[in-house]
Design a protein around this ligand. Structure first.
Ligand code: ADP
Ligand code: MG
Length: 447
């Protein structure tokens, strides 16, 4: 009822703003169905009507009127009946999926294999160590601790071990978790003491043949996490199970790490993965292109390799932009001119300099809110929306786990997931959000 009356006010407003034809044909036929989390969903009677209303000239005026009657930060999503029902169904499915998967054996990203990993000077020792552990778990290096900077291939190698073992020794129970997942599972098990879930937790983690923990640098020394990890570790180790750990820094530089864990880690092999040299970067680009069936000239390869620092993930990002741009032109290859055009906004990007602090200050400036409010507890829409946008961007642009992002805002990881999913859905469905996000991103890149 409230929604209808608000919507009527919006209609009155837009009526004066657009032509009578546009109003009668398209806008007056929209039906408001949902207003949740600052998002107003309007159903258009047909796909044509939806497309018409999504035209910037109409859409912008409509959004403006909605924001006057609802809140200044309301997002408008125009959809049609079929699409709307589909999106509801998908949401349900997602929820079901996360319920099902939690206790299954790990699934590994099929792209992250040893075959797809380009070996160069910077990573050959690590790669050899990982391969020998994959071939003969628990025989050589236990634990195997690998470390190195962001985007250098640690997660790729862990998955490669997983894929290899699933293929060659499918009976082994191989578990891959991020440190964050381990922590969440443990905290969750404590919440439901009565329902025996602590036992479930122990059963899950202590019945594995190979345990891989990614991003261990985020292990906290709160709520007994290190204690629990220590116990899990000992039990596995005593039973001659393989343990592989990845981190962005060596154990000796992890200040929050308890001494007893540090010494456990040091008893095996600690091996670093270094930044790739130029040849390795070139070889990686060529390999990715070959996999995708994308034809690439050497000058384009050089152009991309020179444009990125040493983060391979970032380099892949630039390559995808080039591939995407070519696909818009209907090609499966790129000339150097097209590549330059595709990456023209990335001229001076130094992603290394981007950090959460900078994203927060850019958001504050953009939405005219104070930092104190942004990371604080206020729940009014004027603050909530910029906050969600900020969380989304930090998650999108930086390699920080959800719990760590949550702690910047004094919230838990579920809030972060909610904000992330909400904004990324809006980007897909709402042209306005997409423009807004790109706008903020380009500010971040320029400054
Ligand atoms: P990390 O976990 O160290 O931050 P990732 O394993 O996520 O890094 O790697 C980032 C991206 O770079 C992944 O898509 C991965 O496939 C790719 N990558 C990294 N190193 C290599 C390599 N040597 N060969 C091929 N791809 C690589
Ligand atoms: Mg990783």
């Amino acid at each position: 009822m409230l929604l209808d009356s608000q919507w009527k006010k919006v209609l009155n407003r837009v009526e004066n703003e657009v032509t009578a034809v546009n109003f009668d044909l398209w806008i007056s036929n929209l039906q408001p169905v949902q207003y949740v989390n600052d998002e107003l969903v309007l159903i258009a009677p047909s796909v044509t009507a939806k497309n018409q209303v999504n035209q910037p000239a109409i859409f912008e005026k409509l959004t403006k009127a909605v924001r006057t009657e609802f809140t200044p930060y309301t997002f408008v999503r125009i959809t049609d009946k079929q699409e709307y029902e589909e999106s509801l169904r998908k949401q349900d499915e997602e929820i079901e999926k996360t319920k099902d998967n939690s206790n299954l054996k790990s699934k590994f990203n099929k792209k992250y294999t040893f075959e797809n990993f380009v070996v160069g000077k910077s990573n050959q020792v690590v790669c050899a160590a990982m391969q020998s552990v994959a071939e003969k778990p628990s025989e050589k290096f236990n634990p195997l601790f690998i470390y190195g900077g962001v985007g250098l291939g640690k997660t790729h190698l862990l998955h490669a071990v997983g894929n290899y073992l699933n293929e060659h020794q499918p009976n082994l129970n191989v578990l891959y978790v991020t440190c964050e997942k381990f922590t969440n599972d443990y905290v969750e098990s404590l919440k439901n003491v009565k329902s025996n879930s602590t036992n479930d937790f122990r059963e899950k983690y202590r019945n594995v043949d190979v345990l891989m923990v990614d991003d261990i640098q985020f292990i906290s020394n709160k709520t007994g996490i290190q204690e629990e990890f220590f116990n899990t570790y000992n039990e596995l180790y005593q039973n001659n199970k393989q343990i592989i750990i990845a981190s962005d820094r060596p154990p000796k530089e992890m200040s929050a790490l308890e001494e007893r864990l540090r010494s456990r880690f040091s008893s095996g092999l600690i091996q670093d993965i270094q930044e790739p040299d130029y040849e390795t970067k070139v070889a990686i680009i060529k390999k990715k292109c070959a996999q995708e069936g994308f034809l690439i000239d050497n000058d384009v390869v050089d152009f991309i390799a020179q444009k990125t620092s040493t983060n391979i993930r970032e380099m892949e990002g630039l390559l995808s932009k080039v591939v995407f741009y070519a696909s818009l032109l209907g090609k499966n290859s790129s000339s150097i001119e097209d590549a330059k055009e595709a990456l023209k906004d990335y001229g001076e990007v130094k992603h290394n300099e981007l950090d959460a602090d900078k994203i927060i200050s850019t958001i504050c400036e953009f939405f005219k809110v104070s930092r104190e409010d942004l990371v604080g507890n206020k729940r009014n829409k004027e603050i909530v929306e910029p906050r969600q946008m900020c969380i989304y961007l930090i998650n999108d642009l930086l390699n920080i786990p959800l719990t760590a992002i949550g702690s910047i805002f004094g919230r838990d990881h579920t809030t972060v997931m909610h904000a992330r999913d909400k904004i990324s859905n809006q980007i897909k469905t709402n042209p306005h959000t997409k423009v807004l996000v790109n706008d903020i991103k380009s500010r971040l890149m320029k400054s």
